[in-house]
Design a protein around this ligand. Structure first.
Ligand code: AMP
Length: 393
């Protein structure tokens, strides 16, 4: 496909309709584009922001034709959309990131092999093709280790820590119960990191690369709880993390928005954990605290337009609202209280179905430093725990 700019007024297609797709749609519509969202879930938040909604399965051929006739360029909001569909669309339109980048990223084994073969630091890992190979893999990697599904894992799902010999058989038994066709896994050394960092890298059609400030992520039960932007690490560590992230995206030849997640250890080593080929939860603060958000950058990169400024104008801390927490803050006094907190910006995704662990919204706090912004963020987390606590029977 040629790389002329896709102009405002055109219809941009987005595969997947979660909150990332919805925030992409809002940014695109502000720039005068129209949006076609394809997600099987009619309750997916992006449908409400779209001009055209498709709710058939991604395998539906008439929908594929219809979608392709409508759109001028395509992106996706998460990495588990079918790469075959992206490849088919790519024969007709600009798809960013490309299906070849998506194929590498969709598979943890391919992704880690790609990074390792390009001399980028990753934790020691071994590919596992069948549950019976787990014992041998543990011998190579050692204990503690972390077994992860090679595909379709997210938010800590599909992960099994192995902290003692006796867990090996137990995990192998669990792997044998998995019914997905030909599942594969990766066994990684489980490392004791000091903190988790992530870096948003935006790369345009002309190869220009821009990098947002390095941020620090705190997880609870595998789910992102809080992001501090910028990270509290030294300038030197931030520069190294940023450099590694940029190198990874340049080596991939990726075009679009990428989030590179890293571990920083107490002995000052950095490892790339994984790359998301799309805007990321840890970059939501860019909506409120940066000149141009990660979603607007996605629009610009997909359309072949000049990239925007990545300057952050206020330090920030972002807290995710998970599961029932969103209902708790959306009701009565709690809602008023939250909206009147100085420096707090509330985003609710409007998802009807509440499930434990489901990301329902987020709050960004802004202050003089990210640590200062983290103070009200911690108070909010404590308040959420109190609000969502089940009352005694
Ligand atoms: P992932 O799905 O790979 O992003 O993993 C989810 C979370 O699990 C990460 O954010 C880390 O907190 C943790 N994790 C993943 N891989 C490792 C590892 N090799 N060692 C220690 N913790 C890990």
């Amino acid at each position: 496909m040629t790389d002329v700019t896709v102009e405002p007024g055109s219809i941009l297609g987005v595969l997947g309709g979660g909150q990332l797709g919805a925030m992409f749609a809002v940014a695109a519509r502000r720039l005068g584009y129209r949006i076609a969202v394809w997600d099987q879930d009619p309750d997916a938040p992006a449908h409400r922001q779209s001009d055209h909604s498709f709710t058939a399965a991604f395998s539906d051929l008439p929908t594929r034709e219809h979608f392709a006739r409508l759109v001028r360029a395509v992106t996706f909001e998460w990495e588990n959309v079918p790469a075959d569909l992206c490849e088919w669309l790519e024969e007709r339109h600009r798809v960013r990131p490309s299906s070849s980048v998506l194929r590498i990223i969709q598979d943890r084994v391919k992704q880690k092999q790609f990074l390792h073969s390009n001399d980028l630091p990753v934790v020691p890992f071994v590919a596992i093709g069948a549950p019976d190979q787990l014992t041998e893999a543990v011998k190579q990697i050692g204990i503690p280790a972390l077994c992860k599904t090679a595909t379709f894992g997210y938010d800590g799902k599909g992960q099994w820590p192995i902290r003692q010999d006796s867990s090996v058989d137990e995990v192998a038994r669990t792997l044998r119960t998995i019914e997905r066709p030909a599942p594969r896994w990766i066994l990684e050394q489980l490392i004791e990191f000091e903190c988790e960092l992530s870096v948003l890298v935006v790369r345009g059609t002309n190869g220009e690369c821009r990098t947002y400030p390095v941020v620090e992520n705190r997880h609870e039960q595998g789910i992102l709880r809080m992001t501090l932007a910028p990270a509290t690490v030294s300038v030197q560590v931030a520069a190294r993390a940023s450099d590694l992230a940029r190198q990874a995206v340049v080596l991939l030849q990726g075009i679009g928005v990428f989030c590179v997640e890293l571990f920083h250890t107490a002995d000052d080593r950095l490892f790339i954990n994984e790359i998301a080929p799309r805007p990321h939860n840890s970059g939501h603060y860019t909506l409120d605290a940066c000149r141009v958000s990660q979603f607007e950058q996605q629009v610009r990169a997909v359309c072949g337009a000049p990239l925007g400024e990545v300057r952050q104008w206020s330090p920030a801390a972002m807290v995710n609202l998970i599961g029932a927490e969103a209902q708790a803050v959306a009701s009565g006094q709690a809602f008023k209280g939250l909206l009147s907190l100085p420096g707090a910006v509330l985003h609710l995704y409007g998802k009807k179905v509440v499930r434990p662990g489901r990301k329902m919204g987020h709050v960004t706090f802004m202050a003089e430093t990210s640590e200062a912004a983290a103070e009200p963020a911690h108070r909010l987390i404590a308040r959420l725990a109190a609000l969502s606590a089940v009352p005694p029977a």
